[in-house]
Design a protein. Structure first.
Length: 179
């Protein structure tokens, strides 16, 4: 079961709008780094997020969603609900992730996958660095109740296209990410 995997602390994610990296995010108190020059006091402190904005166009909305959030998990939920997608941050910083697909079920966005090497993760539990890394797929699950079934499909799929077919055979819809 996925819940038995040792978790990374703090969680460290990349946030995408379509295929573009817009935010680097860590689950710890820290500072908020803008694309704009910092004020005289430096980057503002934040009680539950350390974040680095990567896209000036998205920065205002990202900040607004953060101000509406009371926790790191709530911020992730708001990001996903607003059309952003989340990937586990690995050793390399992928400034673009083309070809992404949102996994959708009756409750809404259940996850996202990209046809590039990366880690399987959920929003609430990220495996330790280097664990559950797959050579042809990055997969993030937004609904923890489907994590085990999607991980099982990922473990048996021969390639990205086979995984997509298996996910659709389980009743999920796949929709291309905008942008």
């Amino acid at each position: 079961m996925f819940k038995d995997i040792l978790a990374r602390t703090p969680r460290h994610f990349h946030v995408y709008k379509g295929s573009l990296l817009v935010l680097i995010l860590e689950d710890r108190p820290g500072t908020l780094h803008s694309r704009a020059a910092p004020g005289p006091g430096g980057a503002p402190q934040h009680p539950f997020v350390h974040a680095i904005a990567r896209d000036a166009v998205s920065e205002d909305e990202l900040g607004r969603l953060l101000r509406q959030s009371d926790s790191f998990d709530q911020y992730l939920e708001r990001l996903v609900a607003s059309g952003y997608d989340v990937a586990s941050a690995g050793d390399a910083e992928n400034t673009e992730r083309p070809g992404g697909l949102r996994i959708v079920d009756t409750a809404g966005a259940a996850g996202v996958l990209w046809p590039q090497s990366g880690q399987f993760t959920t929003l609430d539990q990220q495996p330790e660095r280097g664990r559950l890394v797959f050579p042809a797929v990055t997969l993030t699950v937004y609904h923890p109740e489907v994590a085990d079934s999607l991980l099982a499909l990922l473990n048996t799929a021969t390639d990205f296209e086979a995984l997509c077919r298996a996910i659709e055979d389980k009743g999920f819809q796949l929709t291309a990410l905008a942008g």
